[in-house]
Ligand binder design. Structure first.
Ligand code: SAH
Length: 245
């Protein structure tokens, strides 16, 4: 996550700088670079940052876009509308995947233009691709900080989705195989018979439903063992009840 910087070019309103700082901070990012901001530092920036102080404290201010991206291996420029520059145009979602891959082994910059004029062609030609948020074509220009939020959010989603399953929690057993699931269903359906769940009705529909339910659950081998332990006990209780009755 740390190899990504958000670059704001010639920002007019200091409030947007603060709001952008807050936007990236909420998504786990901290690096903001300002290229020739009109007014910074400014109390409005601090006010709109609403406590995202570590982002403001570490802001870097540089004179040109070239300075801001010199060490980057991937540079993406965000544009509200098509420009006369033939760059591949991608969605924030595609961008997030590219960023995730590139940031694993180098620095990445995501670049945003001035509120009124956007990015100059001169700046866009330094970018590997143009990112366009597919807004309503008749009103496609988002507020600067809101565009930053959309990009930061997509980056975070891509990051979270990429995390290997093992990191996601204690579910570390191998997934149940198709064969194990067949034994599981045999056991489940046998148990339902033993506890007289069907009461004379046909079991076909409910068995199909249960199959769907448990296949969707993507059980691992441990979970299958736990459930089959429960089925064993249910069958034992059913036998006891029968013997008594
Ligand atoms: N009138 C300007 C609007 C700039 S809005 C223009 O047409 O370019 C300020 C910045 O927010 C833009 O430079 C861009 O970086 C970002 N932005 C706004 N809307 C966007 C959109 N729909 N897709 C991608 N970036 C957008």
């Amino acid at each position: 996550m740390l190899a990504v910087r958000f670059v704001l070019v010639r920002t007019s309103h200091p409030g947007n700088i603060g709001a952008a700082a807050r936007a990236i901070r909420t998504m786990g990012y901290t690096r903001l670079v300002l290229v020739a901001p009109h007014k910074y530092p400014h109390p409005e920036a601090s006010a709109m940052a609403a406590g995202a102080d570590n982002v403001l404290d570490s802001i870097v201010v540089v004179p040109t876009l070239v300075d801001a991206i010199a060490d980057c291996r991937l540079v993406l420029g965000c544009t509200a509308r098509r420009r006369g520059v033939s760059l591949p145009e991608i969605t924030p979602r595609d961008a997030a995947v590219q960023v995730r891959e590139a940031a694993a082994s180098g620095e990445v910059a995501i670049v945003f233009g001035n509120e009124r004029t956007g990015l100059e062609n001169e700046e866009l030609i330094r970018c590997h691709a143009a990112v366009h948020i597919p807004a309503d074509p008749s009103y496609s220009s988002l507020n600067l900080a809101q565009a930053v939020q959309v990009l930061a959010y997509e980056l975070r989603l891509a990051q979270l989705e990429a995390r290997p399953l093992a990191d996601a929690g204690p579910k570390s057993d191998p997934p149940a195989t198709a064969e194990q699931m067949e034994y599981f269903f045999g056991h489940l359906f046998g148990m339902l018979d033993d506890i007289d769940f069907h009461k004379g009705r046909s079991p076909v529909t409910i068995e199909q439903r249960l199959r769907k339910l448990f296949l969707h659950a993507n059980l691992d081998q441990r979970e299958v063992r736990i459930l089959r332990g429960i089925f064993d006990d249910a069958q034992r209780m059913a036998r006891l009840a029968k013997d008594r009755g």
